[in-house]
Write a protein that binds this ligand. Structure first.
Ligand SMILES: Nc1ncnc2c1ncn2[C@@H]1O[C@H](COP(=O)(O)OP(=O)(O)OP(=O)(O)O)[C@@H](O)[C@H]1O
Length: 314
């Protein structure tokens, strides 16, 4: 779906070597489409924040190019930066400011004329309107995070970067945050988020990019990623224990695991394969006179896929 949309952000062969020689990005190519939600997943230190910071023009790439709506992030910094809202991990706002003042101030930083109606809309959308006169220090953690989003939206950007938007936030608040992100997408905002929470990517992203050690190892539509790399397993509870997988099931040997108690057989198969082999497996079991008391299937989660990808990459 999103791949049919025009490319809004294009990163080509982006590298970043920090002072001291650490290579945080090793030639990243990434296209981000207009109106999509893309989640960047990766272990600690993978380079997610560095990549976001490079696109936002906060960190200068050592080589490579990044364009936003056709503008170069270095040559046309003012144009590209004004199209972007960045929600950082940490709140750096003055604790003694009011919500209204701090959000209005953020808009002013981009040289945009005052627009109280827009600030009001942003605060209402984020359920912060009744807190507009509160000081930042009087707010709860979840509200402070929403203030960060409000600040990032104050200048009407068409792109929003969210760096770990729900780190350390409880499940309820996380879901609220997802609803906020979904509403922004409905307004046409392109959203790039980094996250450690795989279920977050699974819940809200259209596409998923996996970064490991400064490289993008996969970028794929979420649904396609899950069918392409996902596996299913069939769990067979046996009527009575067996000591080993019978010879007549030799063709399945690589995919079959017998539990230590001999009572459970697990069969792993590829969800994308044309034939799962389940019919043949069940027939083979019957021929071997092994009775099945119960069977159930399990689909691998995005978490399984992610862990597998990062491990294979290592
Ligand atoms: N200013 C800097 N100077 C030197 N090294 C840095 C600097 N900033 C980041 N790094 C290193 O670059 C690597 C990538 O860091 P980055 O913050 O981009 O990772 P990340 O994927 O966002 O990690 P996390 O999930 O922990 O936030 C890390 O090893 C980090 O120590």
């Amino acid at each position: 779906m999103s791949s049919a949309r025009p490319v809004l952000i294009s990163a080509r062969s982006v590298t970043k070597t920090y002072k001291g020689g650490f290579e945080a990005l090793k030639g990243v190519d990434l296209d981000i489409h207009d109106g999509e939600i893309i989640a960047l997943l990766g272990p600690n230190g993978a380079g997610k924040t560095t990549l976001i910071s490079a696109i936002c023009g906060i960190v200068t790439p050592s080589s490579g190019t990044v364009t936003v709506a056709g503008y170069d992030i270095i040559d046309d910094f003012r144009q590209t930066r004004s199209m972007i809202g960045l929600v950082p991990q940490e709140l750096t706002t003055d604790a003694f400011e009011t919500v209204w003042a701090t959000v209005s101030f953020s808009r002013g930083l981009f040289g945009k004329p005052k627009n109280p109606a827009h600030i009001e809309k942003v605060l209402r959308d984020l359920s912060l309107w009744d807190k507009k006169d509160s000081k930042i220090m009087q707010l709860s953690g979840g509200m402070k995070r929403r203030v960060l989003i409000a600040k990032a939206l104050a200048h009407e950007p068409r792109i929003l970067f969210l760096d770990e938007p729900t780190a350390g936030v409880d499940v309820e608040l996380r879901k609220d945050m997802w609803a906020v992100v979904e509403a922004l997408r409905a307004q046409g905002v392109t959203i790039i988020l980094t996250t450690h929470y795989i279920e977050e990517a699974e819940a809200i992203a259209d596409r998923i990019g996996v970064i490991n050690k400064g490289e993008i190892i996969v970028v794929e539509e979420k649904d396609r990623l899950m069918t392409k790399l996902g596996r299913k397993s069939l769990r067979l509870e046996l009527n009575s224990p067996i000591s080993r997988v019978p010879d007549r099931l030799a063709e399945f040997a690589d995919a079959l695991t017998l539990a230590d108690d001999g009572c459970t057989l697990t069969y792993e198969y590829d969800t994308a394969a044309e034939r799962t082999g389940i019919t043949r497996l069940l027939a083979g079991l019957a021929e071997a006179d092994i009775r099945v008391a119960d069977l159930s299937t399990r689909q691998s989660s995005l978490e399984d896929i992610f862990v597998g990808l990062v491990r294979d990459d290592a």
